[in-house]
Design a protein around this ligand. Structure first.
Ligand code: ZN
Length: 199
């Protein structure tokens, strides 16, 4: 990190470092552009000819098995891991590791990310910070503590247009993990978010 450099430029400056790894977290509600931002950063690294490996949880096959895909259809090749313990072997000697949908991984992901950073890698993790009840979605809170850089992406409330920091489930399911997009979820602001009745 270089003192006095605006936050947006830190990643550019920091990406020149060779011996020091670090963790970046991109988090927010659904439809806030997390995967878009992850893809943007990974592409910048690829343009700089850095070796990039991209991991997603095997559970997430919504759009593709071997790519991460944003809601606006940008995509980048990825490999799937069943759980966090597989990740270290998967990434080999790459310089940059991208991890999407981190909330679907087990809590072991925190130690894996620390280890990768310790190995000198730039680790960029994207995920939902809260579940559909508005409750922190581990391991994202723990990763926020460990991260050098944090980017909170904000959607626009689909009810009223305010900044939206919550994911409203609009189907009746009570599973914590329910894969879906516009048919099951909406981005909502504080005022419009209605936590589910869990009684
Ligand atoms: Zn609203």
């Amino acid at each position: 990190m270089v003192r006095g450099v605006p936050l947006g430029l830190q990643e550019v400056v920091a990406a020149r470092g060779k011996s020091c790894g670090w963790i970046e977290v991109i988090c927010g509600s659904m439809f806030s552009g997390k995967t878009e931002e992850l893809i943007r950063r990974l592409r910048r690294a690829q343009i700089a000819k850095q070796n990039v490996e991209i991991i997603k949880p095997a559970i997430d096959v919504r759009y593709s098995n071997d790519h991460i895909v944003s809601h606006n259809q940008q995509k980048i090749p990825s490999i799937s891991a069943k759980d966090s313990s597989e990740i270290i072997d998967m990434v080999g000697d790459c310089e940059v590791v991208g991890i999407d949908e981190a909330q679907f991984f087990d809590n072991g992901l925190v130690d894996v990310c620390k280890k990768l950073a310790q190995m000198g890698k730039r680790v960029i993790v994207a995920g939902l910070d809260k579940d559909y009840r508005g409750v922190p979605f581990e391991p994202i809170p723990q990763l926020l503590c460990e991260a050098e850089y944090i980017c909170k992406t904000v959607a626009i409330c689909m009810e009223c247009g305010n900044p939206a920091n919550f994911t409203q489930r609009i189907s009746a399911s009570k599973e914590r993990v329910l894969l879906g997009a516009t048919d099951s979820y909406e981005a909502r602001c504080r005022a419009c978010f209605e936590p589910p009745d869990e009684k």
